[in-house]
Design a protein around this ligand. Sequence first.
Ligand code: SF4
Length: 230
Amino acid sequence: MKIAGFEKTVLRDWEGRNACKVLISGCTFKCPYCNFKFIEKDSGDDIDPDAIFDYIKENKDFLDAAVISGGEPTDNADLYKFLKELKKLGLKIKLDTNGNNPNNLDDLIGAGMVDCVCLNIMAPLSSERYSKSAGTRVDVDNIRKSIEIIFDSGIENEFKTVITSDLTPEDIYSIAKDIKNAKSYIIQQFNPKNVSNTEYAQMKLCSNSELIKMANAAKKFVKNVKIRGV
Ligand code: SF4
């Protein structure tokens, strides 16, 4: 597992917590809207985990959490070991995931390594739509299983959809129907900065009124829906 980025403090990734953020390189999805620079496995910087542990120890009076993101953290078998070290330092862990590795997710939750999961849900749960949004063939049963694991575990959770102009309020309605037990659902404005796909880098952003329509569609099933700008 390669750590491509470390942010010492993040303010909005986990409301109510003083968190740092760890970015793991590599992701098997190829979402055309992705603005993470290191989706190739083992690309980017190689930050020494010990430097992160030292920072956490030095700031233990302030920090109470870590957000583990990427990339796709659950693609890495050695994630468990890293989370265990963070847990020993007394941190709560939020895991950002695309939900494609339900077994790994289940193991991490079962082992008490994760306190909150944010599942990035890209499209309505049909193989064709999902695969188009992820830029690769996706078995949507994996995503469904991850959703079930999150709900069955009772863990704190958040779902998020990045809104590009490919998505309609009907799509958001369909997604929300499948995550109706979600504690919160974020309608995230697309950020074209650093996107390498030229079509998406130049894509017109949805207007505020379109985002509100999407949020209202989601509210038919999920009580706590938030719109987040870039
Ligand atoms: S799942 Fe996330 S990190 Fe992976 S390609 Fe899609 S947006 Fe990028």
